[in-house]
Design a protein around this ligand. Structure first.
Ligand code: OOG
Ligand code: MG
Length: 256
C-alpha cells in the first residue's frame, strides 16, 4: 500500500482514538496486509509521541486460545504502549471519550536487558527484571469491536489503558498460577497463566522474535504485557475492577 494511504489511515485511527468515535474497518475499503497494519500502527502511535507521550513498552495479543476464540483470529500480534495509557493502580478510569472498553487480567514484565530475535526460554527469562499482575483495558476503534488482523494491528491491537500492580522479583516460576478478574467483588473470569502459550514466558520469546523480524527489540527498562488468558469483559460506569494473579499480587481501578 502507498505511503500516503498508510499515513491517511493512521490519522483516521488516531482521530477515532482521540475523539472516542468508532470507525469502519479499514479493510472494508483498502486491501491491507499485516505489514501495512504494522506501518499504520507505527504512524498512528507516532502522532501520540508528537503530542508529548513517550513509549513505555510493548504488548502481545492473542497469546491464549480464549482470546483467539473471543475475537475469531488466530495469530499472535503486538502493539505499542505509551505513557498516556497508564492508569494508577487503585486509580480511576473515566469512561468519557472511550468507545466500548473491556478489561482483561494480564501479567506484565519489566525488562532488565534488551531482547531481539530468536531466544531460548531461559535466555528470555534472564533478561527480566520484575513481574507484576496487570490489567489491560482494550477499546477497539472499530464498530462492534469487529476486525481482521491487519485492522486490529493498525489499531495498535485495541490497546487503550493499562494498570500495573506492584513489581515482584521473577524468582519463582509463574508458569501455572491462578488468575482472576473481578467486577464489584464478583469473579467474571477465572483462569491460569498456563493458558498463555502453555507458559507466559513463551510470550516473551514470541515478542522477541516478532520484534526482531521487524528490526526492532524489546528494550531494557520497558514493560511487556503478555496477553490475557481469558476473554475480556465490558466495563460500565461505577464498577470496581480487580485482577489477581496467585502469589504475584493484584491490580485494581474504579470506572467513573
Ligand atoms: C485485541 C487485543 C488482544 C490480548 O490480551 O490478547 C489482547 C482485542 O482483543 O481487541 O490484548
Ligand atoms: Mg491484552
Amino acid at each position: 500500500m502507498k505511503n500516503s494511504v498508510l499515513t491517511k489511515l493512521a490519522s483516521r485511527i488516531d482521530d477515532a482514538t482521540r475523539h472516542g468515535k468508532a470507525i469502519q474497518q479499514l479493510t472494508l475499503t483498502y486491501k491491507l496486509d499485516i505489514d501495512d497494519g504494522y506501518e499504520i500502527q507505527r504512524l498512528a502511535v507516532a502522532r501520540r509521541l508528537l503530542r508529548g507521550e513517550h513509549t513505555i513498552g510493548t504488548k502481545l495479543g492473542f497469546t491464549s486460545r480464549a482470546k483467539m476464540q473471543q475475537m475469531g483470529l488466530d495469530q499472535i500480534i503486538c502493539g505499542r504502549l505509551t505513557s498516556g495509557m497508564l492508569v494508577d493502580d487503585g486509580g480511576t478510569l473515566p469512561l468519557a471519550g472511550l468507545i466500548h472498553p473491556r478489561a482483561e487480567p494480564e501479567i506484565a514484565l519489566l525488562m532488565k536487558h534488551d531482547l531481539s530475535g530468536p531466544v531460548t526460554l531461559p535466555g528470555a527469562m534472564a533478561a527480566v527484571e520484575a513481574v507484576a499482575c496487570a490489567i489491560e483495558i482494550i477499546d477497539s476503534r472499530y464498530q462492534n469491536f469487529k476486525f481482521t488482523l491487519p485492522d486490529v494491528i493498525a489499531d495498535n491491537t485495541s490497546c487503550c489503558r493499562l494498570v500495573l500492580g506492584g513489581w515482584q522479583r521473577p524468582d519463582s516460576d509463574f508458569g501455572n498460577l491462578g488468575m482472576m478478574l473481578q467486577f464489584n467483588g464478583r469473579p467474571v473470569g477465572i483462569g491460569s497463566s498456563a493458558a498463555i502459550m502453555g507458559h507466559p514466558a513463551r510470550a516473551l520469546v514470541a515478542i522477541s522474535q516478532l520484534l526482531g523480524a521487524q528490526g526492532r527489540k524489546v528494550k531494557a527498562g520497558s514493560v511487556v504485557m503478555l496477553g490475557s488468558p481469558m476473554a475480556a469483559q465490558p466495563l460500565a460506569p461505577g464498577m470496581h475492577v480487580l485482577a489477581e494473579v496467585e502469589r504475584l499480587g493484584r491490580a485494581e481501578f474504579t470506572v467513573r
